[in-house]
Design a protein around this ligand. Structure first.
Ligand code: FAD
Length: 468
């Protein structure tokens, strides 16, 4: 390596660092192993040292020193991302931001927190004012707000509020650049998109200001259907009921709930497709009547079972979004998954077609969302994995049906997203990280501007080629 880690450690002085190989290895990992492809490619990835700043001043000092010595810096929140986003492909320093964990300000309609604050802790603080975050990933209890913004996209709450890319769901960000010396910028409005979902390749988020909704004691419900098409039509129609306040609508095809939701098993009759809902108590009767009119069977209700029975169960959202995959993987380690979008207005027809084609090998899991005022859904289908070649075929079959795939088996922004570069993110990287030291290898447009996405060839960061 061209950089001097011993010199770096000395220069970092009283900022806490760790270079014990076992700990560095642990902090160089996320949930990349969800993907057999990423597991193969990234298993050997390791940083050289981890820094644990606890103040903004310490973060700036780490950035300035790494900039001077030419050491790559990979930011890390809680390390729950599942595409290797937080893994330091070029080695160097892992910047663990979990020590910047303060909730700074709560006001009507908004909260400001440091990047490393855990989402559930932010919500607990907001609850004292009768408010809560609009949306959160299913990793609510472990993930950081900075990591959600830099690495996540949507989640629980998206059925009402859309995703992080929707203007207004991130109010403002305080960001440090990797210039010499580092600058601090306040981004608001559309500008936040420069660093949101950029995997920390073009700036370090120090603080985030997020909009809040009124807090609710959400009721959890599981509604059953014998017919899969009835389940998806019900979920879509419930999504369109604007006056029934809800935070989650997920559809999971049999036998996934029965095989993998072990602690909820007794509520899940064989062969029944499950619709998982979080709804506001005020909407209870409207929801009951709506569900009955659509022929749904009420299989579970958190407000109707005895308190001690409900206490033994994980929160319902921990059966949804990427937690569905996690629960399946715990029972059957050969399972993997895909991420798809069913474009409005043909979502129900597309779901029906792909389920008829691949339903056994690729059991359906849908997350309904409201995007630009319209209800549609993402798919996070499980895949009964055989080979990487077959996985590529399954992706191609989706694309041939007009179902875009956000490939979760790729570690780059472009290949995991829309197969093209976000021009605003690239332009901001040129400005904010001119030496290319932030999270190297994740933005193809920076590493290899001539890369041709039409060939379907996978981009390999040069340092990784020896390992694959
Ligand atoms: P990390 O994994 O630490 O980091 C994520 C990315 O952000 C990395 O590229 C990292 O370099 C960068 N980063 C971290 N902090 C900063 C910072 N302060 N400044 C700049 N860059 C930074 N995601 C969803 O969107 N919705 C879901 O519902 C969801 N469910 C999940 C369920 C499971 C079981 C798992 C394993 C993952 C799930 N994810 C989901 C992915 C992930 O958990 C979330 O996106 C989470 O919010 C990431 O937060 P983190 O603190 O763990 O980030």
């Amino acid at each position: 390596d061209a950089y001097d880690i011993v010199a770096l450690k000395t220069r970092l002085g009283d900022i806490r660092t760790e270079d014990n190989p076992a700990l560095v290895r642990q902090k160089s990992r996320d949930f990349y192993w969800y993907s057999p492809t990423l597991k193969r490619q990234l298993d050997g990835v390791n940083g050289d040292i981890v820094a644990f700043p606890t103040t903004e001043e310490e973060v700036l000092r780490v950035l300035a020193i790494c900039g001077e010595l030419g050491v790559p810096v990979t930011p890390r929140g809680a390390g729950t991302g599942n595409y290797g986003q937080a893994m330091p492909l070029a080695g160097g320093l892992v910047l663990d931001l979990s020590g910047l964990d303060k909730v700074l300000e709560i006001a009507p309609g908004r909260v400001r927190a440091q990047a490393g604050a855990i989402l559930a802790d932010i919500d607990a603080a907001c609850r004292l004012s009768g408010q809560e975050l609009r949306l959160h990933p299913s990793t609510y209890r472990t993930a950081s707000i900075g990591g959600f913004i830099a690495g996540g996209s949507a989640g629980v709450g998206s059925i009402t509020w859309g995703g992080l890319r929707d203007l207004g769901n991130i109010v403002s960000l305080r960001v440090a650049t990797m210039e010499m010396p580092p600058r601090i910028l306040e981004l608001t409005g559309e500008e936040v998109q420069k660093v949101a979902h950029a995997y920390g390749t073009n700036g370090i988020i120090l603080e985030a200001e997020m909009p809040l909704a009124g807090a609710c004691d959400w009721i959890e419900a599981i509604v059953g259907f014998d017919d899969f098409a009835d389940a998806t039509a019900y979920a879509n129609a419930l999504g369109e009921q604007d006056a029934i306040l809800k935070k989650l609508i997920s559809v999971i095809a049999a036998p996934v709930p029965q095989d993998y939701f072990l602690r909820h098993r007794k509520y899940l009759p064989d062969g029944t497709h499950a619709v998982l809902v979080m709804l506001a108590p005020i909407a209870r009767t409207a929801f009951d009547d709506f569900t009955a009119s659509r022929g749904g069977q009420m299989l579970y209700r958190s407000d109707l079972v005895p308190a001690e029975e409900a206490k033994g169960l994980p929160p319902l959202y921990e059966l949804t979004w990427n937690h569905t995959t996690l629960r399946a993987l715990r029972v059957d380690p050969t399972i993997t998954y895909l991420q798809t979008l069913y474009p409005f207005p043909n979502q129900l027809a597309l779901i029906g077609r792909i389920h008829a084609l691949l339903g056994e090998e690729v059991p359906a899991h849908l997350e309904f969302v409201r995007f630009d005022g319209k209800i549609t859904c993402f798919g996070l289908p499980l895949v009964r994995f055989t080979t990487e070649e077959r996985l590529e075929e399954i992706i191609a079959l989706h694309e041939a049906e007009g179902i875009p795939v956000f490939n979760p088996h790729r570690y780059t922004l472009e290949e995991g997203g829309m197969k093209q570069t976000d021009a605003a993110q690239l332009a901001f990287k040129r400005e904010a990280d001119p030496a290319g030291l932030l999270n190297p290898g994740k933005m193809i447009a920076w590493e290899d501007p001539a890369f041709d996405f039409s060939t379907r060839r996978t981009y390999l960061f040069p340092g990784l080629e020896r390992d694959v």
